[in-house]
Design a protein around this ligand. Sequence first.
Ligand code: GLN
Length: 490
Amino acid sequence: MPDLLSLDATELAARIAAGAVTAEAATQAALDRAKATEARVGAYLLLDEAGALAAAREIDAARRAGKSPGPLAGVPVAIKDNIHVAGKPTTCASRMLQGFVAGYDATVTARLKAAGAVILGKTNLDEFAMGSSCENSALKQTRNPWDVSRVPGGSSGGSAAAVAARSAYLSLGSDTGGSIRLPASFTGLVGYKPGYGRVSRYGLVAFASSLDQIGPFARSVRDVALSLKVMAGRDAMDSTSHPAPVPDYPALLGNDLKGKRVGVVREYLDKLPNREVAGMCESAIARMKALGAEIVEITLPHADYGVQVYYVVASAEASSNLARFDGVRYGLRVPADNGIATYVATRGGGFGPEVKRRIMLGTFALSAGAYDEFYGRAARVRTLICRDFEQAFARCDLIATPCAPFPAFKAGEISDPLSMYLCDIYTIPASLAGLCALSLPVGFDSAGLPIGMHLSAPAYHDERLLSAAHALEQNLRADAALNLNRAPAV
Ligand code: GLN
């Protein structure tokens, strides 16, 4: 593996801007790496070799002509295949979108391109982002670069696997209940879910609109800060995007945690069956204390209902959002005798089993007889979870918990839907409350699998969260015994 591939995006962009490396060489290195690893990893649904190289050459030409390069000039980036890239298929890893080609760039895609990023291709996901292992893709199986018998996590498994395998420097995922943070923890990356409204969702295929956020996978917190600065901010095309000004995130990263109060839910750590995960999180929390933080015990009494609430709310919203796939407007059409029969044949043939389960669950939860008992009650409990966080954040600045109950599991190991849903037990509450949250790699278990810790802060305090995560990351990376700078052998 050439040295170029071990750089993070920030360092690569600096070298390209200085003329030490060309965008073309960086892009070629990522493409070559993809060719060497894809047979085992399967991160990409589309690798746009010609398009990426052409974009890279344009960036090099602009630089040579004296134009000042954008903050991500020449950095090869992969995009989850539920986010539009103009002129390329958006499949959502579903048969339902067969033949569909995006007519426009998502706002995040446009902002990345404007910053000089080179789009390498589109990555695999659980169908319509529903899943925790990437195994619900109808198109491809993606594996974890740290151990190819294991899953990369989901739903943004392809985006995680690409950056972990070093076939992209940065990637985008979407996170509704944990789909960026869970795969980041399974693949040893920093995975960031911005606070609700921080990043425009225009051009993201909607799953559950009160929860969906787009965010990056990166090798370092500073790369998250850099890409967030490029992507965040009000967008007239998404009325839920927030007008709060976008701080200069990379400039605000800290080196210590002095004066910061870190909330810890004692029960989560004490009761976690996987003691290696609990131990890694405990020692990361001890490091935060050594960096000057005050550790505060907090409780989130209603967060225990998060998974139940999420599967009612998210499925209800999904059943409504996915009604648009009717065999008329997008992608697949299975013709039958009349309109209704065509609709039934198309949806019956196009959606996979997990998506159908969510649509049925959500439709039921919104139906006249069940609405109040299911959707109404879930919405009320969601409010209680939000209040738990409000009360907790009155006493602390950040909350640290495990990100996942265990490291990456074997492909095929979890087959019942409920066990799969429980993978997101620690990530879902932050989604329900709209917090900004991330997974930070804190070590490897005895089998050599990466483990992530979950850190969260109130929405629009991204700089607080990133600054603290950066301080902890520097401390962790400086410890040779943890060996956090290693790359997978895939
Ligand atoms: N695993 C969760 C689900 O299946 C979360 C998915 C996501 O965040 N997109 O819904």
